[in-house]
Design a protein around this ligand. Structure first.
Ligand SMILES: [Fe+2]
Ligand SMILES: [Fe+2]
Length: 185
């Protein structure tokens, strides 16, 4: 499967623009980490693009529906396992490989960064790790984001949380237009 085939599959199954942008946001963070670690960016991008592609149409079965679909499509097992490991509570598969750890680490955090952008007139422009860390400590801000998962993600990458946040902001700012994170005119 190519990156563009993954994008097509994701769009076909995801009517919601917000959810499309979530997966695109995780994709750009994944690509950034592939570059930082000299890994092949294609599986990183595909795992990011597809990790929630069944969520809107098959929420109860997420991500098991996606895993079965991709297995039938003969998609590489490393990608299927990464998708399984982004939701260990449902699949029992814990993030282990660098690809799996990176997906787990970028999923919840990129959503939180997006939430931080939406309450700033400048959106992602000038957003700092310090301000994201402060909002993480505010329990009722983006309360749906699991703080333990955010901290665990940085630990899985062996990074300070502030460095992980900076990496994801840098990645997302590079595609701010695509992700809807530019200031409104
Ligand atoms: Fe998910
Ligand atoms: Fe996600």
């Amino acid at each position: 499967m190519t990156r563009d085939e993954a994008l097509q599959l994701m769009i076909e199954h995801t009517p919601s623009e917000a959810l499309q942008r979530h997966m695109l946001g995780v994709e750009v963070c994944m690509a950034h980490y592939a570059h930082l670690t000299n890994a092949d960016e294609t599986p990183y991008r595909i795992a990011g693009l597809l990790h929630d592609f069944d969520y809107e149409l098959h929420p109860e079965e997420h991500p098991l529906w996606a895993m079965e679909y991709l297995t039938n499509q003969k998609v590489d097992y490393t990608i299927i396992r990464a998708i399984a490991a982004h939701y260990p509570a449902k699949t029992g598969i814990e993030p282990d490989s660098p690809l799996e750890r990176t997906l787990f680490a970028c999923d919840e955090l990129s959503g939180f960064i997006t939430a931080c952008c939406y309450v700033r007139p400048e959106r992602i422009r000038g957003l700092t790790a310090k301000s994201v860390l402060k909002k993480l400590k505010t329990a009722n801000f983006a309360a749906g984001v699991n703080r333990d998962d955010v901290h665990r993600g940085a630990e899985l990458l062996g990074l300070e949380l502030s460095d992980h946040i900076t990496n994801c902001i840098t990645a997302m700012e590079g595609e701010a237009n695509l992700l809807g994170l530019l200031p409104p005119d």
